[in-house]
Write a protein that binds this ligand. Sequence first.
Ligand SMILES: Cc1cc2nc3c(=O)[nH]c(=O)nc-3n(C[C@H](O)[C@H](O)[C@H](O)COP(=O)(O)OP(=O)(O)OC[C@H]3O[C@@H](n4cnc5c(N)ncnc54)[C@H](O)[C@@H]3O)c2cc1C
Length: 501
Amino acid sequence: MSTDTENVLPKNLTTAHTGVDAIMQNSTEVPESTVSDSVVESLRSGMRGPVILPEDPAYDTARRVWNAMIDKRPGAIARCTGAADVIHAVRTAREAGVTVSVRSGGHNIAGNALCDGGLTIDLSEMRTVHIDPQTRRAHVSPGATLADFDHEAQAFGLATPLGINSTTGVAGLTLGGGFGWLTRRFGLTIDNLLAADVVTADGRRLRAAEDEHEELFWALRGGGGNFGVVTRFEFALHPVGPEVLSGLVVYPFEQAPRVLAEYNESISKMPDELSVWAVLRKAPPLPFLPESIHGREVVIFAVAYSLELGDGMREIEPVRRFGDPIGEHVGRTPYSVWQQAFDPLLTPGARNYWKSHNFTRLSDGVITTIVDYAGQLPSPQCEIFIGQLGGTASRVAPDATAYPHRDASLVMNVHARWDQPTQDEDCIGWARSFFEAAKPYATGGVYSNFMTADELARTGAAYGANYDRLAAIKRRYDPDNFFHVNWNIPPARDGGAAGVG
Ligand SMILES: Cc1cc2nc3c(=O)[nH]c(=O)nc-3n(C[C@H](O)[C@H](O)[C@H](O)COP(=O)(O)OP(=O)(O)OC[C@H]3O[C@@H](n4cnc5c(N)ncnc54)[C@H](O)[C@@H]3O)c2cc1C
């Protein structure tokens, strides 16, 4: 096996892509399968779960992921039921020299959950979440979604920081870093990870924690799927809810420059218990908005306050005074309901293309750029999303975990989203052009979990100053780069990292 970046990356990422074709993987060409009959036989002889092949009726559903732009065709899909299946699948693929990809929640925008022609190790049915309320620990299987996690944890009034769309997989989200409404108060998802069971490239299952395979544990917290298949996560839990004070404050688009500037000013004064995210999009038909506004550009501030709810309104008050709102809906909401509030806007099956920047603040220049592009949304589903981090997440050292972007207090995600292939050119073009225009104001870092399929050149920026240490750990745990269908870190060569863009 090669450790050369050019050779280990999936074919569709190795060449320089500039056009729309680069991310439209909907080719009619059927990739050659490297999963031979004997490999299938061997997989089936040792697995409890099914092995799904291209000729099986379940195949097309099994290879579907959240982003409809992704149309990869694995040679086989090994649907695992437990760690034993994973160990068997890894050993079998490894012996036969078959490329593997790892799928948990299937939300990765770049489609890294699947591989063309190889074996997809599918964990999506391993969804058990066990909560220990005495020790405040969650033991989570890798196929669990955020909704699965919250459902179990909230039965005990507990939570850990996760993302804002409940159908996302806990596994991929955690391995990239993970942030959502509780991040400012309790840190990133990885800051709450206590241990993980990992099946490494040699087919062993290891436990990684602060006192066991410490370097591996460090690498898992932001280094993505490079180091093995995680079959169990252990998280710390915190008392949250059952209600939070949350909702939306909506401003007319004409006030966008002013309210975004006010937002920027207020960020440093907000308590950790409060998170305020900004969304610029065409207004959905929300009942608390005048009908005349539906379908027109607006600025939405989504707020969530999770501590003493009596104090919450006072903390949220400044958001209501950024300008003159045209509508708002803020009140006590069950935490698990708020965790699903954005699900209707983020359903699976649409075509999606994302571009993301990290910011330390919103300068006047970037606000002008944001407003300019939000005024040219190419489809009713496109939006500019600004997630707020900071707080506890920024008080962790950049080298304490593999996730390096502790300086990013705002993460902007340009969500281009549409339904028809005929809109590809317009929507992708808009996202790329906006991304370029906003670049001078950004930190240069990027959250790996928001990277789209044609962003190979940003891999180095995703791991930042932690890249060399990650490459050294990769050499120790996966010297042949068996796990390479991801934002890949080739193993360090003697004396240094293998190098990447
Ligand atoms: C609608 C939407 C909303 C989102 N919101 C947020 C948000 O609020 N906050 C946030 O932080 N992120 C968010 N994300 C990004 C999300 O964190 C990533 O898409 C993440 O990759 C999803 O994980 P998954 O398990 O669903 O993905 P998958 O596609 O199944 O996996 C992604 C990759 O992670 C690796 N991987 C997955 N499982 C394992 C495993 N068990 N062992 C080893 N490697 C594994 C593999 O390399 C795999 O290719 C969002 C994504 C979407 C689509």
